[in-house]
Design a binder for this molecule. Structure first.
Ligand SMILES: Cc1cc2nc3c(=O)[nH]c(=O)nc-3n(C[C@H](O)[C@H](O)[C@H](O)COP(=O)(O)OP(=O)(O)OC[C@H]3O[C@@H](n4cnc5c(N)ncnc54)[C@H](O)[C@@H]3O)c2cc1C
Length: 476
């Protein structure tokens, strides 16, 4: 049966990941009573933490770092002493050897042996004399800075594992955001002068909640509710009713399968942009639907294992560049926080596989995925498979928005369409289809809340994280 009611505060937030929760928290702090609707049984979105047998598993590994003071203040305000500083160590595994990450040239050159060193150097010089004239793709952008040989060793394999498409089809913008400031020349100069402060991807420590990122977002949910807001879990937004240039109401399916209608004055959406478009009623024009259906996501499977060993390796995570295994990255959770494991004699690892929803890997049974992961980690000699005591498999659909050639045009079409709705603000990584870290997602949530509180549209959520350059380090 359908129930209909009006909300006291009239602010409706779709999705309770970092972006939706940040908006809800800011609004609740300012005496509003927002209502959040979350489809899953737990808040935190991709940044949630899964608890299994008193082990805490992060979906990937979520470093907390930001150059935005308001985001940093918010995180510290919410978590206080449970937010700890963690030293960073991450390396690249390639051909049975470990290389520093971020890549340092001396380590790369000395680790490769004389033959490859000569090849790397000559291909670098070649790319300086004969660079690609255009830098539209990831391949062109990286090759021009590192040479083709180094590109093929340290960028191509891993990047193609993550995205599942050739680097020649990935926009240069992604490389520009992630590794700007790092090139073979600047890296060599920095190694010599030891001045590496400006390299954006070098960050030696980060913040982390003692029990994983989900702790931050669970705490945010509790605080929102303490301040009078409501967070409805197991409540999937199914339909969004519009009238002219306004969103009138949304319909959600609750845990008992009932359809409910909620009317509101202000709507914030952190659900994937593609789903938002599909759920609008009346249905948008075909051009808008086509633009949305052309946006693609990449998914993630983590095979989380519990190993009966106290120590396996010192890194927080290791990138697996070897092309002979499908495994992309390994997280060692006790190196993020000792509280992630209940027993210091055991180690928990997250083995990450990148895939597409419903592809061959995605559709493997959990048993088969575990078999694959156990064989691969044994093969690369990181852990003997006989020492694995238990495992769980977590599938994460829509983990990465894919910056494929042509995606910007589609986003442009959707953005102009969405902007027509004066009381709707899209926020977050999937809500805006941007390769956002948590801080950008949180910032968009704060922007949306401020617009509502101040009765303006001063803060444009679409404008966050459009810098070509992405700063991992706080600007001094
Ligand atoms: C492997 C991996 C590693 C990462 N590492 C880092 C890192 O080190 N540092 C960092 O800062 N960031 C990292 N990120 C990025 C970070 O996870 C995201 O930026 C952040 O979670 C995005 O928050 P969000 O609220 O925008 O989206 P989400 O986290 O996806 O939250 C959206 C919420 O909406 C809900 N939802 C979706 N559809 C509906 C619906 N129809 N009805 C109701 N609810 C719905 C979802 O269930 C979800 O809870 C990483 C991401 C991945 C995939």
């Amino acid at each position: 049966m359908e129930r209909r009611y009006c909300m006291a505060d009239d602010i409706v937030i779709m999705g309770a990941g970092p972006a939706g929760l940040a908006a809800g928290y800011e609004l609740a702090k300012n005496n509003c009573k927002p209502m959040l609707f979350e489809s899953q049984d737990q808040v935190g979105g991709i940044s949630k933490t899964i608890k299994y047998r008193d082990f805490y598993f992060d979906l990937g590994g979520h470093r907390f770092f930001t150059k935005f003071n308001e985001v940093n203040n918010l995180w510290h305000e919410v978590l206080g002493a449970d937010f700890i500083k963690v030293p960073r160590l991450s390396r690249i595994y390639y051909k049975n050897r470990y290389f520093n990450y971020p890549l340092t040239p001396l380590n790369a050159l000395t680790g490769m042996g004389i033959f490859d060193t000569v090849k790397i150097t000559s291909s670098y010089l070649y790319s300086k004399i004969f660079p690609y004239s255009r830098e539209d793709t990831f391949e062109q952008w990286v090759s021009n800075r590192f040479g083709r040989k180094l590109y093929s060793m340290f960028f191509k394999t891993y990047t193609e594992k993550v995205w599942g498409i050739p680097c020649s089809q990935i926009q240069a913008e992604w490389a520009a955001q992630r590794i700007k400031g790092l090139s073979l020349k600047t890296a060599v100069l920095n190694a010599i002068s030891r001045k590496n402060n400006n390299i954006k991807t070098l960050i030696n420590e980060f913040d982390y909640p003692t029990h994983g990122p989900g702790m931050m977002y669970n705490r945010m949910k509790d605080k929102i509710e303490d301040m009078g807001g409501k967070v409805y879990i197991n409540s999937r937004v199914d339909k969004i009713n519009t009238e002219g240039s306004k969103i009138k109401s949304l319909e959600y399916i609750d845990k008992d399968g009932r359809r409910n209608i909620v009317e509101g004055r202000y709507f914030i959406s952190s659900i994937p942009l593609t789903e938002l478009i599909e759920k609008l009623s009346p249905t948008p024009d075909t051009a808008i639907l086509n633009a949305a259906s052309n946006l693609k996501y990449r998914s993630l499977i983590t095979v989380d294992i519990i190993v009966g060993k106290q120590h396996l390796f010192p890194d927080n995570w290791i990138y697996i560049h070897s092309p002979d295994v499908k495994l992309g990255r390994i997280q060692n959770f006790k190196n993020w926080s000792s509280k992630m494991v209940p027993d210091e004699n055991r180690t928990s690892l997250g083995l990450e596989y990148f895939c597409n929803e419903n592809d061959e890997l995605w559709n493997l049974t959990d048993d088969k995925l575990f078999e694959l992961a156990a064989d691969e980690i044994d093969k690369i000699r990181i852990c003997n498979k006989k020492d694995i005591e238990d495992y769980i498999v977590i599938r994460v659909p829509k983990a990465y928005p894919v910056y494929m050639n042509g995606y910007k045009k589609n986003i442009g079409i959707i953005e102009s369409f969405i902007r027509q709705f004066k009381n709707l603000q899209p926020v977050g990584r999937y809500g805006l289809f941007k390769y956002n870290n948590m801080d950008h997602s949180v910032l968009t949530g704060l922007y949306a809340a401020k617009n509502i509180l101040e009765g303006t549209i001063k803060y444009d959520t679409w404008s966050v994280n459009t810098d070509k350059e992405y700063h991992e380090e706080k600007a001094n």
